[in-house]
Design a protein around this ligand. Structure first.
Ligand code: SAM
Length: 289
């Protein structure tokens, strides 16, 4: 079964399209720009790029061209972090995995020594597996998927049934996901106790601060008549450190919050962004310690 947005292809802009520009655009940008920015291509991105995904990516790009360097920097940093963490953590949880297929090709994961569990909505996971299978790609034994709502109270139990061991450290990744979640779901997922994360677990995510969420909601109000994004549960309006402090209070020992625009500047100094404010932030945090 195709995701809603695909089923509706051909019909005019819908609310799904408005959210779809977040989920569909990324895979298109990876297909088009990842190799140019990082020197590494996503070998499977092209499988997922449809006409409607290209259209949504185009709408997002037209609204703010910085989406490309910002999302490339995020992807590069998450890949790097996966590579580094694979040396010392043997279970990865990728929440809101979408059309990310790094577990199938990132060299550090191909060794098979890391158990990888991917989670996304049931129709997204079904569609992804179908497209991969039709192209002769199957999931390796070390990786598995869960089709579930990230807001589900059963998620902690579901991941255990897939081989997740709560007594050992886990690396959790939420790339481009938190701003799509209701505030209370985001807060719950960020709390180390909800997923039962052992000390030494590493959590990596990005988020929009509430100034950006309010602005996007205002644009949506004008475009489709209603807002779609919930406010971020941690403070981060004045300076990134506010979020770091809040994470420490939630049980993280080390936490580091960096504006994505700074990562772009560090990675590609000649692609410095015009007019970037610290509205989109990248976080790495260690449980306990
Ligand atoms: C912007 S996409 C990012 C996908 C992927 N992490 C990447 O960087 O390409 C956000 C993903 O989160 C998923 N998502 C959003 N809300 C969700 C929920 N409540 N339950 C499960 N998945 C959700 C969407 O289906 C989508 O695949």
């Amino acid at each position: 079964m195709a995701p809603n947005s695909e089923r509706r292809r051909g019909i005019g802009p819908t609310e799904d399209d408005a959210l779809g520009d977040l989920e569909g655009g990324m895979v298109y940008y990876r297909q088009k720009y990842l190799a140019e920015y990082t020197g590494v291509a996503d070998p499977h991105a092209h499988l997922f790029v449809t006409k409607s995904i290209r259209r949504r990516a185009g709408i997002t790009f037209a609204a703010d061209r910085r989406i490309v360097p910002l999302s490339m920097a995020r992807y590069e940093r998450v890949s790097r972090r996966m590579t580094v963490l694979a040396d010392r953590i043997d279970q990865f949880l990728i929440l809101g995995v979408g059309y990310d297929t790094r577990p199938l090709w990132l060299p550090a994961l191909l060794t098979g020594s890391v158990r990888v569990i991917e989670v996304d909505s049931p129709d997204k996971i079904e569609w992804k597996i179908k497209l991969l299978r039709e192209n002769g790609i199957s999931y390796p034994e070390y990786a598995d998927t869960i089709g579930a709502d990230l807001g589900s109270r059963d998620l902690p139990d579901l991941i255990v049934t897939k081989g997740f061991d709560p007594s050992r450290p886990t690396a959790v990744f939420m790339e481009g996901v938190v701003f799509q979640l209701p505030t209370k779901v985001a807060r719950r997922l960020l709390s180390p106790s909800h997923l039962g994360l052992a000390p030494g677990s590493e959590v990596t995510f990005d988020f929009w601060n509430n100034a950006r969420i309010d602005r996007r909601n205002e644009e949506l109000r004008l475009g489709i008549g209603r807002p779609m994004f919930s406010r971020f549960p941690l403070p981060a309006s004045r300076r990134p450190d506010e979020a770091t402090d809040a994470l420490r209070r939630m049980g993280y020992g080390n936490a580091c919050t960096t504006p994505l625009a700074e990562l772009v500047r560090d990675l590609w100094p000649n692609r410095a962004l015009v007019g970037s404010t610290p509205e989109w932030l990248f976080v790495t945090a260690t449980v306990g310690g």
